[in-house]
Design a binder for this molecule. Sequence first.
Ligand code: GDP
Length: 365
Amino acid sequence: MKCHGCGVEIQTVDPQKPGFLPEHVFEKFLSNEEEALCQRCFKLKHYGELMPMKIDINFLSELKKIIKNFDTVLWVIDIIDFEGTYDKQILELVKDKNVFLIINKVDLLPKSVAFAELKDWVLERVKNDLNIKKDNIRLISAKKNFGINRLMKILKGQNINKAIVVGTTNVGKSSLLNTITNVKITTSSFPGTTLGVVRRKIPDYGIELYDTPGIETNNRFTDFFDIYTQVEMIPKRTISRKTFKPDVGKVIFISSLFRFKILSPAHDDLKPIFLIFAPENISFHQTKEERVEDLLQNRIGEVLYPPYEKNYPLDIEYEKEIVMIEENEELALPGLGWISVRRGPLNIEVVKPKNIEMVIRKPLI
Ligand code: GDP
């Protein structure tokens, strides 16, 4: 079978060579008798010309060099995955600049969220890392074209005529630039670099924005999945919320990669309450402890998802961790969602992939 994007013969062996497709994805195409798209063409289709690249020393040093030419940085963050996209390596590179935190995808939050409070929440969350003015925290929706004119006016008001745009993959950087420029753009490459920085002039505002490739992370739950699954995990609707009041001995799964149980409820008479938030394509499932093994053996891709298929190749090392959560705190799971706790403090035991750092924070909603 040939890729219908580039015409190269599909192969499932070497991700570095043309025509690569993960085997399980290839099988899906075969069984549905659909035309296949190789991984490279799929990335091109979804990310435009700029392919996401692994964050490595080279990339960081390139960005470090380039960033010297800029005083102003627009750092795009996904509010639904704040912890996964507020990336420490990006922070290191930008913290001494005039940073604008562009908090994207606010259209996916429940209508009850007050934007003024949300801004305060962001400010509180970042204030120890960044010396940022409240006005430089911009809540936007690239998709719904919300907050973008205001952003451009504020840039102009601060006499900014050029800025570099950075962010991890899937935060909506391309969507933002496309909305800003309304496709009335002139682009050119930034000279003398290997980074693929693209200049976009915005004539209406007299501002030049420099786009950079999305940075791939390796510490989000999403990073265990191939790019096809990652795209399915991107929320398209208002974030889902579900309330659980589990008894001791119950286990709650969020997707197939994360589960937790209560160790010690604080109040004997009152059951703790958990509000779980995650994109619509991520499962929440409560079960009895003795059912856990069976679910993991037989129901991944069905009751526990992502992944969205049975027999998906998962080769993950897990670890247990005990976490103490106070009343009205929440536990954020990068790339997956967050768990808000009522009636704490309490200890929970979580099982999660190694390398994934969870964050305890003030509640977002
Ligand atoms: P990039 O990798 O940072 O360039 O991100 P993209 O612009 O390709 O967007 C990644 C995904 O997020 C796409 O599925 C977009 O449709 C979606 N997206 C981007 N901005 C928004 C937004 O403001 N709201 C919502 N709901 N989705 C968005």
